[in-house]
Design a protein around this ligand. Structure first.
Ligand SMILES: Cc1cc2nc3c(=O)[nH]c(=O)nc-3n(C[C@H](O)[C@H](O)[C@H](O)COP(=O)(O)O)c2cc1C
Length: 201
């Protein structure tokens, strides 16, 4: 299964023998594609361009997102950010989870565009420092200590956004709590069942 962010990558993955692709739209958390294509357009485009199953990713955090993904032609979904704010995600500090809960959909930024490896993170002073250095033309050598996995870990472990950055997607706007995964799935299934039980005129 290969994570892709545009039609070309999906077709390449299929031609190399991938069983399925996960297509991630630009609202997703973590590393993104370079085309800035949102999930709502990306998924049907990829579905129409390959014959292997497509898993929708990017911006999905509840049952409504799941229903929408299926309506767009996906066979399933992948969620990233939503799972960080769950009881089972013991690697994430309470501070990281609290930041996800309090953040709105407008509280993320994309770092590392200038390195051609864009990634969406929670907006913070630290993230803004990275953006400032990028705007000043810093290259990878100069930026690597700021954007390293180590600085990401520092934030994950402590929730201290003055010493590191945290991956997160725009779906933070839909995250208000840190339930167990079972509770999350139960809630999602209520939304799905309510939807399918609706009388559609
Ligand atoms: C904390 C975090 C860590 C991630 N780490 C990886 C990773 O190591 N490799 C990867 O391919 N994608 C990674 N992703 C991206 C996810 O696979 C997925 O594409 C993305 O989270 C989907 O968008 P969403 O956050 O809106 O659900 C990560 C995402 C988050 C939030």
């Amino acid at each position: 299964m290969v994570l892709v962010a545009d039609v070309r990558q999906a077709q390449k993955a299929e031609s190399l023998g991938a069983d399925a692709v996960i297509a991630v739209g630009q609202e997703g958390g973590g590393h993104l594609g370079r085309t800035d294509t949102g999930t709502f357009v990306l998924i049907p485009r990829v579905v129409d361009s390959v014959s292997i199953p497509v898993i929708a990713s990017g911006g999905i955090g509840d049952g409504r997102g799941l229903i929408a993904a299926l309506a767009l032609g996906a066979e399933g979904i992948e969620m990233g950010t939503r799972f960080i704010a769950t009881k089972e995600c013991v690697l994430a500090s309470q501070g990281y989870k609290n930041d996800l809960i309090s953040a709105q959909e407008t509280d993320t930024v994309v770092i590392k565009r200038t390195l051609k490896t864009p990634g969406r993170v929670l907006n913070s002073e630290y993230a803004n420092k990275i953006l400032e250095l990028e705007a000043q033309g810093y290259d990878y050598q100069a930026l690597k200590d700021y954007v390293s996995g180590e600085t990401n870990k520092k934030y994950i472990n402590t929730g201290d956004s003055s010493i590191g950055y945290g991956w997160a997607g725009q779906v933070v706007g839909l995250i208000d709590d840190s339930p167990s995964v079972q509770e999350l799935f139960d809630r999602m299934m209520v939304q799905v069942n309510d939807f399918y039980n609706k009388e559609i005129i």
